[in-house]
Design a binder for this molecule. Structure first.
Ligand code: AMP
Ligand code: ZN
Length: 451
């Protein structure tokens, strides 16, 4: 059996992955807060953990892997969006979840086995909070329940920092109801205009961190294998999840392997709204960039490195996939290449696996197709963009215009047509033998109309 090796944030080392139960490999990934379209950065963990999910299913069997990713559908950003638009919260979260599914499906990401919504697990959160209070790890003050960080010895072990260092480095909120500035909210009061649930501490709503602890416990148990998310979540979110889960369930170890993806940048700069380089997955799809192209670009960088989105990479990926699709159009699917699987098994070396695909593209087409599909490329679902590009009529026209120009020695019409084709992203190859047209990077069939 293939040995998967993963860089574990907890040990800061690459380790052999040994599941608790190979018949039931369990993974939890922190999902989105649903008030707006997912930006391209949000797609990075989706694609990284999609590859890990595929790899685990390949190695342990499809029925032996459970992947859970939550939807945070109770959050102050959602409340603010509802207040600003006058729309009911549930409308906003339902719509956003629908968009998220559409957009991530377009990138060829498999849906997790379970996608719990926080609002459907409030009872489990209340139970866990009561347990934490009973065990002395949490306290109630002024309708709030707070986690007593100093009561958990190992706090900070994931990021390898002491509590005092974290206080110095983070902007921790000091509030009169906190015993200690590091303590964080498990439950907070809601007023009549804010969503809330009845609880032993009055009408209120959960803090963000408790949802992942409660839902992972309910769906995966007190000990499971892999916990993932972006590295922006390491502190405080993941430190707090560990503290809650290990204190409520000291019998379990919570997650054995922690994987964190690095952040996405755009043209060398961090993607952010203030820099104006912020865009959503939908923006790219609406520009006619195929989801499969986004997938190839995103997986071209190892998850542990910052990833730079550039238009140059986008154009190259589009060209590559067009070639690959042409190569495999009428080819049967063979067996997945073992070297490619081994490459991915080495801490999800997606860049290496894509390099391997370039090599395989020159060999047996059936193996190539199977291997590309294993990574979520060249599937039927993602293929529409590359289908049905027949440029014969335009090639014939260009040949005729050129023949006429040979007579008159006026080549302006040839140049004009050639330019229009190139503007539509067509690669023009003219030789004595004839005219060849190929859809190139950025090919846009709409621009051919009227030529
Ligand atoms: P959020 O909805 O902001 O909680 O984020 C959902 C997921 O996207 C989390 O796993 C984040 O770590 C991840 N994420 C957010 N921004 C970026 C980014 N710029 N690059 C990579 N991952 C990100
Ligand atoms: Zn989480």
């Amino acid at each position: 059996m293939t040995t998967i090796r993963l860089h574990n944030t907890k040990s800061r080392k690459k380790e052999d992955f040994v599941p608790i139960d190979p018949q039931n490999v369990r993974m939890y990934v922190c999902g989105p807060t649903v008030y707006d379209r997912a930006h391209l950065g949000n797609a990075r963990p989706v694609l990284v953990f999609d590859i890990l999910y595929r790899l685990l299913r390949h190695v342990y069997g499809e029925k032996s892997v459970t992947y859970v990713r939550n939807f945070t559908d109770v959050d102050d950003k959602i409340n603010a969006r509802a207040a600003a638009t006058g729309r009911p919260i549930r409308d906003i979260t339902d719509e956003t979840i629908g968009w998220y599914h559409d957009d991530m499906d377009s990138l060829g990401a498999m849906r997790p086995d379970q996608e719990p919504r926080a609002t459907e697990w409030i009872g489990a959160m209340i139970t866990m909070i009561e347990d934490l209070i009973a065990k002395g790890h949490a306290y109630e003050k002024e309708g709030h329940v707070l986690f007593r960080v100093r009561s958990y010895e190992n706090y900070g072990a994931l990021s390898g920092r002491s509590v005092d260092d974290m206080i110095a480095g983070a902007r921790v909120e000091v509030a009169p109801f906190k015993e200690d500035p590091m303590d964080f909210v498990l439950w907070k009061p809601s007023d009549a205009d804010t969503p809330g649930w009845d609880s032993p501490w009055g009408y209120g709503r959960p803090g963000w961190h408790i949802e992942c602890s409660a839902m992972s416990y309910e769906l995966l148990g007190a000990s499971f294998d892999i916990h993932g998310g972006g590295n922006d979540l390491q502190f405080p979110h993941h430190e707090n999840e560990i503290a809650q889960s290990c204190c409520a369930h000291p019998e379990g170890g919570f997650a054995n392997y922690w994987l964190h993806n690095e952040m996405l940048q755009v043209e060398g700069k961090k993607m952010s709204k203030s820099l104006g380089n912020f865009f959503t997955v939908r923006d790219l799809l609406d520009q006619g960039i195929p989801g499969e192209v986004v997938r190839l670009v995103m997986l071209g960088t190892h998850y542990g490195k910052p990833m730079d989105w550039t238009d140059k990479k986008r154009a190259e990926a589009e060209q590559t996939l067009r070639n690959w699709r042409n190569l495999t159009a009428d080819v049967d699917v063979g067996e997945v290449d073992a070297e490619l699987v081994d490459t991915l098994a080495d801490d999800l070396n997606t860049a290496g696996a894509i390099a391997r695909l370039y090599v395989l593209a020159k060999g047996d087409a059936a193996t190539f197709k199977a291997s590309a599909r294993f990574m979520g490329f060249l599937t039927d679902e993602l293929g529409e963009w590359a289908a049905g590009v027949d440029l014969t009529a335009y090639a014939d026209k260009l040949a005729a215009v050129r023949a006429a120009a040979m007579e008159t020695k006026d080549f302006s019409a040839v140049d004009a047509l050639k330019k229009a084709l190139m503007d539509a992203g067509v690669e023009v190859r003219m030789s004595k033998a004839g005219v060849e047209l190929l859809p190139g990077a950025g090919f846009d069939a709409a621009k051919l109309e009227g030529l």
